[in-house]
Design a protein around this ligand. Sequence first.
Ligand code: AP5
Ligand code: MG
Length: 219
Amino acid sequence: MKLILIAPSGGGKGSLADLIVKDYNIPNISTGDILREHRKNGTELGKIADKYINDGILVPDNVMIDIIKDRIAKKDCNNGYILDGFPRTLNQAVALTDAGIKIDSVVELDVAENLIVERLAGRWTCEGKECGFNWNERFEGFTADSCATCKSPIFQREDDKPEAIRKRLANYSNNSRAILDYYKDQGTLFSVTVTPDFMPKDTYKVVDKHFTKLGFKKK
Ligand code: AP5
Ligand code: MG
């Protein structure tokens, strides 16, 4: 079961992936998380990525394609995976196909821009390695001191500043149409319109129904 999640910044890719992982037991590969981890550990890649991420600019395709090829070759990907944040350009999408990778379903979350700005301003991420939950100040149980689930510290991302958000959203609007058309032509695209009343579990309900139709089996 190989999935791609496509949504603008703050569109809910990570939140949806958390719910899919629980039911289907496949790893979520978030390219943003991989880059942030390298940055935290001060690796060469982390140093390259640093400037791009903080400014909300895309990291070059060749760097990202190598990261993904390397990651999906790992053993935990034998039964499939979720790609959260890849591909982000048509080049990246074509590189997957050229590497012989057949994606079973591409889920697009169609979210209005005004909803996104509000969400990113209220996002807090859990630092816990096992948990990593994407909190929002609007969620029931949220506390700013620590993760209400695992008690690890929580933090706000540096690229959730207005100028970087604006650039991240512009990247998406410049690149996403070509990617979505590419997968539409391949017959794998499934689009969900996310309205303001939708919580992550509501989005998941719609997506999970689609997965059942495709014959995906839960763990
Ligand atoms: P990345 O970390 O992937 O950032 P992004 O695409 O901007 O997306 P986010 O993680 O901000 O949002 P999300 O869609 O996961 O939403 P979330 O679930 O957190 O990438 C960061 C950077 O890395 C890029 O800018 C780029 O520089 C680089 N990069 C990464 N991949 C790359 C690639 N392939 N090529 C080149 N460069 C690359 O939700 C947001 C908030 O909303 C949360 O607070 C959440 O709790 C809340 N929320 C979510 N869903 C709902 C809902 N339904 N209702 C209410 N609240 C909700
Ligand atoms: Mg994310």
